[in-house]
Design a protein around this ligand. Structure first.
Ligand code: ATP
Ligand code: MG
Length: 197
């Protein structure tokens, strides 16, 4: 198994780099943001709850998010060679829960890839994505709140994972391909696992 967390602020490129990682390592991708947006699009009860948090740029409550993740692992990740967690964990309680969910399945986390991008660049990327895709939470007011939430609730995970010896910082500002190569080098150094191509 190769289980990786892609960590970084909103707009740091987690989704973009996930696509490369799936392709190169044959991993199963879990994006909690995509899962929630799918529920919103389908108009499910969960989607209605999620929308009330996401549209303001706030986090979904921990226990709800943890239950969704547990369910997703059970349904879709059982036979996977490993999982990329994109957008989860976002809080310390979520990180502790993830540890338990992986242990319960006889596995563990192998690394946390931290995409580090300057704040001005994040805002620019998110505003552009809002224009191009119409994503409802990519407007200036919500972006500001998402960044505040990131700094107060999510950024502390960096120290948490550093203390566990799992944190791998990667410069996320630059060309997508180069960023991916830096990630792949980090994975190989840490686990000995090579990319496909
Ligand atoms: P990126 O652009 O790097 O992919 P993002 O922050 O723009 O990151 P998503 O990861 O798609 O976007 O998350 C969108 C929203 O979904 C968050 O702002 C939050 O409201 C909710 N969400 C996603 N994951 C979690 C989580 N683990 N815990 C709580 N809420 C979450
Ligand atoms: Mg995303």
């Amino acid at each position: 198994m190769l289980n990786l967390v892609l960590f970084g602020a909103p707009g740091s490129g987690k989704g973009t780099q996930s696509a490369r990682l799936i392709d190169q390592y044959g991993l199963y991708h879990i994006s909690t943001g995509e899962l929630l947006r799918d529920h919103i699009a389908r108009g499910t009860e969960l989607g209605k709850t999620a929308d009330s948090f996401i549209s303001k740029g706030n986090l979904i409550p921990d226990q709800l998010m943890i239950d969704i993740l547990d369910d997703e692992l059970e349904r879709n990740a059982k036979d996977a060679k490993g999982v990329i967690f994109d957008g989860f964990p976002r809080t310390i309680p979520q990180a502790e829960a993830l540890k338990g969910l992986l242990e319960k399945r006889g596995t563990k986390l192998h690394g946390v890839i931290g995409l580090e991008v300057p704040e001005e660049e994040l805002v620019e990327r998110l505003l552009n994505r809002g224009k191009e895709t119409g994503r409802a939470d990519d407007n200036l007011e919500t972006i500001k709140n998402r960044l505040n939430v990131y700094h107060s609730q999510t950024e502390p995970l960096r120290d948490h994972y550093e203390a566990e010896g799992l944190y791998m910082p990667v410069n996320g500002h630059g060309i997508v391909d180069e960023i991916f190569h830096n990630i792949a080098d980090g994975i190989e150094k840490r686990t000995g696992i090579k990319r496909r191509k």
